[in-house]
Design a protein around this ligand. Structure first.
Ligand SMILES: *Cc1c(COP(=O)(O)O)cnc(C)c1O
Length: 430
C-alpha cells in the first residue's frame, strides 16, 4: 500500500491551510502517519488519491448514516441543485424537514435550523439564558458541544485528543459561567444545584457521550438530570447532534425516555451537508426573533440542498428494519472486536450503544472522562495504523466513536474483524 499521492497532497495542504486541515482531528496527530486524502466515497467505502480502498467507520463523524453517495440522496441533490443553491428566503423544504423533526421528537414543537452543531448548541445556550435570566451552564467533562466559547471548557473530541484542557482565546469571564462536572455523577450534580441551583440556566449533556469515545449514561443519570433541573427551574438541553436519528428515530430521548426542554441536532439531520438545528416547546422557541427578543440568524440557514439531503436521509431511515439492521451489525462488530482482543491477550473495553461504539484499550469499565483517559492511547495509535494498512478506516483517536451506516453489511463487518485479529496480534508482538 502506498500513500505517495496523499503524502504529496498533505505537504501542499500544509502550505495553505492551518495545520493542513479544517478540523484538527483530521490531521491524524493522535495516531501518527499521513492522513489519506479522499478522492471519493461509495456506500461503506472510502477511496483515497492513491486508489486505496477503506471500509469507513468514521462516516463523516456519524453524519452519513445512509453511507456515502447514496443514490436517493444524490438524485435529490442533483434535481435540487438545478433549481439554485440558496435563496435567503423561505422554502417549503424547511417546513417539510422541521415537520419531520417535530413528528419524531415529542419534546420539540418548533425548530430553528442553523448550519452546524456548534451553532445549535451555542444558540440553545443563549436561549436558555434568556428564558431563565440566569448565566451559569453545567456541562460534563469529556462531552463536546462544538467550539462556542462558553462550551470549550474541558471538552472532548479534538481537545481531548490533543490534550487541550480549554482553549486560549476564551476570556476567563466567558468560561467562568461554565461549570464542568464528571459524567455519570448525579450526586455531584445534586451537590452543585443545592449550592447554586438558582443561578444555573441549563444543564447541557450528550445523552450518550460520543466525544470521549462512547460512554453510555448510567442507569437513572438522564432521568436524574431531568428531575434536578426541573426542581430548580433550570433547563435540560440534550445535545443529540450525534445521537439524534441514530439511536432511535427520536434519538436518545426516545431510547431512554427523557423529555428535555431543548434539543440540539446536526450531523445525520443534514445527510452529509452542513446543518444543525435546535428545538423545543413553543413558548421557549418563540423567544427567538422575529417573535421574541433573542437574536439568532443565518445567511445559509435552512439551505435547500442541506434540507433535501436531510429529508432523503430521514426517508431511508424510515424503511422497515433500518434500526434493527444497524443494531445487529453493530453487535456483530462489537462482539467480534471483544473476542479478537481476548484472543490476542489485549485488554479491550467495548462500549456500544446502537450503531456507535468505541474499543477502549483498557481493562476497567469506562464510565467517565477519567476512566476513558486511562486507555492506552499509544496502543490505539498502533491499532489504528495496522487497521488502516489493512483497509479499515477507524476514527483517528481513541476518544471518538466508530459509526456504522445502512451501507455496511456482514461482508464489511467480517472483513473488519479479520483485519482486527491480525492487527491486534501485530500490535502485541511489536
Ligand atoms: C459534532 C458535535 C457537535 C458540533 O457539531 P459541528 O457541526 O461540528 O459544529 C456538537 N455536539 C456534539 C455532541 C457533536 O458530536
Amino acid at each position: 500500500m502506498t500513500l505517495a499521492r496523499s503524502e504529496q497532497a498533505w505537504r501542499v495542504a500544509q502550505q495553505y491551510l492551518a495545520g493542513g486541515v479544517n478540523s484538527p482531528v483530521r490531521a491524524f496527530r493522535a495516531v501518527g502517519g499521513t492522513p489519506p486524502f479522499i478522492a471519493r466515497g461509495a456506500g461503506a467505502r472510502l477511496f483515497d488519491l492513491d486508489g486505496n480502498e477503506y471500509i469507513d467507520y468514521v462516516c463523516s463523524w456519524g453524519a452519513l448514516i445512509a453511507g456515502h453517495a447514496h443514490p436517493d440522496v444524490v438524485e435529490r441533490l442533483r434535481r435540487a441543485v438545478e433549481r439554485g443553491t440558496s435563496y435567503g428566503a423561505p422554502t417549503e423544504l424547511e417546513t417539510a424537514l422541521a415537520r419531520r423533526v417535530v413528528q419524531l421528537f415529542p419534546s420539540i414543537e418548533l425548530v430553528r435550523f442553523v448550519n452546524s452543531g456548534t451553532e445549535a448548541t451555542m444558540s440553545a445556550i443563549r436561549l436558555a439564558r434568556a428564558a431563565t435570566g440566569r448565566a451559569k451552564i453545567v456541562k460534563f467533562t469529556g462531552c463536546y458541544h462544538g467550539h462556542a466559547d462558553a462550551l470549550l471548557a474541558t471538552a472532548g473530541s479534538g481537545l481531548l485528543t490533543l490534550g487541550i484542557p480549554s482553549s486560549p482565546g476564551v476570556p476567563p469571564g466567558t468560561a467562568a459561567d461554565t461549570v464542568s462536572l464528571p459524567y455519570n455523577r448525579l450526586d455531584v450534580v445534586e451537590g452543585v444545584f443545592s449550592q447554586a441551583g438558582e443561578e444555573i440556566a441549563a444543564v447541557i449533556v450528550e445523552p450518550v457521550a460520543g466525544n470521549m469515545g462512547v460512554v453510555p449514561p448510567a442507569e437513572g443519570f438522564l432521568q436524574g438530570l431531568r428531575e434536578v433541573t426541573h426542581r430548580y427551574g433550570a433547563l435540560l438541553i440534550l445535545d443529540e447532534v450525534i445521537t439524534g436519528f441514530r439511536l432511535a428515530p427520536g434519538g436518545a430521548q426516545e431510547l431512554y425516555g427523557v423529555q428535555p426542554d431543548l434539543t440540539c441536532l446536526g450531523k445525520i439531520l443534514g445527510g452529509g451537508l452542513p446543518v444543525g438545528a435546535y428545538g423545543g416547546r413553543r413558548e421557549l422557541m418563540e423567544l427567538l426573533a422575529p417573535v421574541g427578543p433573542v437574536y439568532q440568524a443565518g445567511t445559509l440557514s435552512g439551505n435547500p440542498l442541506a434540507m433535501e439531503a436531510g429529508l432523503a436521509t430521514l426517508e431511508l431511515l424510515r424503511r422497515p428494519g433500518a434500526y434493527e439492521r444497524l443494531e445487529a451489525l453493530s453487535a456483530r462488530l462489537a462482539d467480534g472486536l471483544r473476542w479478537a482482543g481476548e484472543q490476542a491477550g489485549v485488554p479491550v473495553t467495548l462500549n456500544r450503544v446502537g450503531s456507535m461504539l468505541t474499543p477502549f484499550f483498557t481493562d476497567g469499565p469506562v464510565t467517565s472522562y477519567e476512566s476513558a483517559t486511562r486507555a492506552d492511547t499509544a496502543r490505539y495509535a498502533r491499532f489504528h495504523q495496522a487497521m488502516l494498512r489493512r483497509g479499515v478506516y477507524l476514527a483517528p483517536s481513541q476518544f471518538e466513536a466508530l459509526f456504522l451506516s445502512l451501507a455496511h453489511g456482514e461482508d464489511e463487518i467480517d472483513r473488519t474483524l479479520e483485519a482486527a485479529e491480525e492487527a491486534l496480534r501485530e500490535i502485541v508482538s511489536s
